[in-house]
Design a protein around this ligand. Structure first.
Ligand code: ZN
Ligand code: ZN
Length: 124
């Protein structure tokens, strides 16, 4: 049963990925027609082969929101785009790992183990 489910899920995932690729290609094409080929953050210009490094960022981070006037798009080079998203990821990670959550037994044990290692290191 579980094997069948996995296969089904994989197919769905493949299809979803393909659909996403196609969608990305379309809105990228459209964004490139709308905007000058310049990174909105660092201002670098792109053309020819290097145009591949220019990507479409979604201002509200919703890749399904693609208004025809391009108001949700921003052209960013891959580096600035990466920055833009890793900033969010860092913020998210801090949120998730915020200490002091009640009933978190695991972290207490871990801290204790670390302390034991520290003591061992000092003694030897
Ligand atoms: Zn840039
Ligand atoms: Zn983005």
């Amino acid at each position: 049963m579980s094997v069948k489910n996995n296969q089904k899920n994989k197919t769905n995932l493949d299809e979803a990925l393909r659909a996403q690729k196609e969608r990305e290609n379309t809105y990228r094409e459209r964004a490139l027609k709308l905007f000058p080929w310049v990174c909105g953050h660092c201002g670098r210009e792109f053309d020819g082969k290097r145009l591949r490094e220019l990507t479409v960022h979604h201002r509200d981070h919703n890749h399904d929101y693609n208004p025809p006037d391009g108001s949700n798009w921003e052209l960013l080079c891959i580096y600035c785009h990466d920055n833009e998203h890793s900033r969010d990821q860092v913020a998210d990670a801090y949120d998730q790992d915020s200490p002091g959550r009640p009933g978190k037994k695991g972290s207490g044990v871990q801290a204790f183990a670390g302390l034991a290692d520290l003591l061992k290191g000092k003694l030897s």
